[in-house]
Unconditional design. Structure first.
Lengths: 281, 150
């Protein structure tokens, strides 16, 4: 091999070493590695640009949709809106009564978190690790921030670079969520098993679980607050010697997400999770 | 006498320089990469750190060997010491760029490492050279005796 080619090979090898180094060295902010941070900062704007172009074409084609279908949908949505407004009013009255009763019993209630809307700029549901990349605009996301839609839980933020965040979906095999069956208050852990199914683990054989039971977050893992819908029980059968096998259908259709919400003001402080005295998912 | 002798001796650089002295830049590059990665695995630190530095050292030594005659013992000593210094300089620069609070090693430590590694490496080189010439001489003598025997 002549010297010029060897020189180019040297540059290539050195670049590979630097990439290997960047993939192992944590970033100065402590959130992910240098390579992940750099990758997210480069890929985030590119993905956002691609999503914008795709949205532009989608918007153009919607102009040719049937007018009647749109009017009908508009009427249905208005009716739903009216029902939801009445539901909100009823829930507001319940909250006021709850507040009153809590004060009377001297019970300190946690305040609900604020929601920040985020656009999905990249989605990878085909690889083993199901992930989303979000763009939050002026509000910077933080690690372990819960991500949800109006229907229920989507996942949590696992990587941050400025206004971009990578989200681990609840369908990811490495995801774990502290969960609870609403009817019986039985607690367990929901793990991902693909886009259309989750598994509720550590449910004892003697516990009462029925198909159709609602599963929500238990608020015991220091990441998700209590009460966020996760899904419904699809299948129950005896598992190994100690626990039942419980399959759960996700509440949120993870293949049809367009935008999500980041939940602020919940979860344990990072210092407490990092101290090692608590287990975090 | 030298409580830190094992730590001060940089055998990986010695190996890379020996490979580079053959004058083939591709060999020097490859040997530097392999030795550097092995060093990274032993150290357990960020992978790619020593690999980056030793790849550059191996390539530079090979290029130098193409331009100068480096088979004298004195030259080998200088090249070895210089290689250790260059490797440590690259590591210091990389660590200062990648790690916020990295502290470079003291200069006396660097000097000790350069001299010790160069001395041991030169000793190996001289020993290997004398062993090679002894083997050559024995082969020549055997060839001569065979011809006389005919």
């Amino acid at each position: 091999m002549d010297e010029q080619r060897t020189g180019w090979l040297l540059l290539l090898v050195l670049a590979a070493h630097l990439a290997l180094l960047a993939s192992g060295v944590p970033s100065a902010s402590g959130e992910g590695t240098l390579l992940e941070q750099a990758g997210l900062r480069v890929i985030g704007p590119l993905a956002r640009g691609t999503a914008s172009v795709a949205e532009l074409f989608g918007t153009s084609s919607e102009r040719y949709a049937e007018r009647e279908a749109l009017l009908s949908e508009n009427q249905q949505l208005n009716a739903q809106l009216e029902e939801l407004r009445l539901e909100v009013l009823r829930l507001y009255n319940l909250e006021v009564e709850n507040e009153r009763l809590s004060l009377a019993m001297g019970h300190l209630r946690t305040s609900p978190g604020q929601l920040t809307i985020a656009d999905i700029v990249y989605m990878d549901l085909t690889s083993w690790l199901s992930t989303l990349v979000l763009y939050t605009g002026t509000v910077n996301p933080r690690l372990n921030q819960p991500v949800l839609t109006v229907d229920g839980l989507v996942g949590r933020v696992v990587d941050v670079a400025g206004p971009y965040a990578r989200v681990q979906l609840i369908s990811d095999p490495t995801s774990s969520v502290g969960a609870m069956i609403v009817r019986t208050q039985q607690q367990g852990v929901v793990s991902g098993r693909g886009l259309s199914a989750l598994e509720l683990d550590y449910i004892p054989l003697q516990a009462s679980v029925e198909e159709g039971d609602t599963v929500v977050t238990a608020g015991i893992d220091g990441v998700y607050p209590q009460g966020l819908p996760i899904g419904r029980v699809m299948e129950v059968k005896p598992g190994d010697d100690l626990f039942q096998y419980v399959r759960v259908a996700p509440q949120v259709d993870l293949t049809r997400l367009t935008h999500v919400y980041l939940l602020e003001g919940v979860g344990l402080p990072r210092e407490l999770l990092d101290s090692g005295s608590l287990a975090s998912p | 006498m030298f409580p830190d002798f094992p730590r001060a001796l940089n055998l990986f650089v010695v190996l890379v320089v020996f490979g580079g002295l053959r004058g083939n830049s591709l060999e020097g590059l490859v040997l530097g990469t392999v030795a550097g990665l092995a060093h990274d695995v032993l150290v357990g630190g960020p992978y790619g750190l020593y690999a980056f530095a030793d790849t550059i050292v191996g390539y530079l030594v090979a290029r130098l060997a193409q331009r100068l005659i480096l088979d004298r013992t004195g030259m080998v000593f200088v090249v070895l010491a210089g290689a250790v210094v260059i490797e440590q300089a690259i590591l210091v620069v990389l660590m200062s760029l990648l790690v916020a609070d990295s502290i470079p090693p003291p200069l006396t430590w660097l000097g000790l490492q350069a001299i010790l590694s160069a001395a041991v490496g030169t000793g190996f080189y001289a020993f290997a050279g004398s062993l090679r010439s002894r083997t050559e001489r024995r082969r020549r003598d055997r060839g001569g005796r065979l011809r006389l025997g005919r």
